[in-house]
Design a protein around this ligand. Structure first.
Ligand code: NAP
Length: 199
């Protein structure tokens, strides 16, 4: 399969790369890293990306920022960071990418444990993760040509514990390579409309 991986240089993206590159042709994408560059907050940037990459059998996204911070300091601007980047960025990937997927191709997006298991400082992230999972369940019943869509929802990964560990007291981290298996299940399997929890 030809697989476009947006966010390939990141902590999760590197593990997904390692898992899928052994069996497939991988096209790596980032904001400033990878074979091709895009800013998924802008749908025009994604359309330009897919024109350059050409058609693929799978589009995987392991990119998207959200704001973490105290509830008392949460503002519309801070919530908007995640809405524009992690949520609309990934929605844009689907909207722009669908015509560039071959029949029965798949999207795999990334949410996270906070959709179901909230933490202090995580309201903006929980909002975005829950919305992504709802979007994917709905898109799965309307996508044409046998296209599929799933979401991987990892807990915090071991490799991110130095930066995110303090936000997740009591959470058991998983190695990024365990999360990568769920991306493989989505891309190489037949399921659609699923949220794969890796925790
Ligand atoms: N790490 C964890 O423990 C964990 C757990 C659960 C969920 N998640 C979620 O998984 C996703 C990836 O996390 P990560 O820790 O792997 O992130 P990361 O290490 O910061 O990597 C982010 C990747 O996404 C790319 N990127 C960022 N914004 C982009 C944009 N607007 N357009 C296109 N590419 C963009 C970056 O490209 P450049 O480097 O070129 O800028 C980089 O390749 C995030 O949405 C995060 O919330 C992470």
């Amino acid at each position: 399969m030809k697989i476009i991986l947006i966010g390939a240089s990141g902590t999760l993206g590197r593990a997904v790369s390692a898992e899928l590159a052994a069996r497939h042709e991988l096209v790596t994408v980032g904001r400033t890293s990878g074979d091709f560059h895009t800013d998924m907050r802008e749908i025009k940037s994604l359309q330009a990306l897919f024109q350059k990459t050409g058609k693929a059998d799978a589009i995987v996204c392991t990119a998207g920022s959200v704001h973490f911070g105290p509830w008392a300091e949460l503002t519309q601007e801070k919530v908007d960071i995640g809405l524009r980047d992690k949520l609309m960025g990934q929605v844009n990937v689907v909207l722009a990418g669908q015509e560039f997927l071959n029949d029965e191709g798949s999207f795999t997006l990334t949410s996270g444990i906070l959709s179901e298991d909230p933490i202090r400082y995580g309201a903006a992230a929980s909002l975005v993760n829950g919305a992504l999972e709802s979007f994917a369940r709905a898109a799965a019943i309307e996508l044409n040509r046998g296209l599929r869509i799933n979401v991987v929802s990892p807990t915090v990964v071991e490799e991110s514990m130095t930066s995110f560990g303090p936000y997740f007291p009591g959470y058991k981290p998983v190695p990024a390579r365990d999360a990568a298996l769920a991306y493989s299940k989505s891309v190489e399997g037949k399921q659609t409309g699923q949220v794969y929890k890796v925790w």
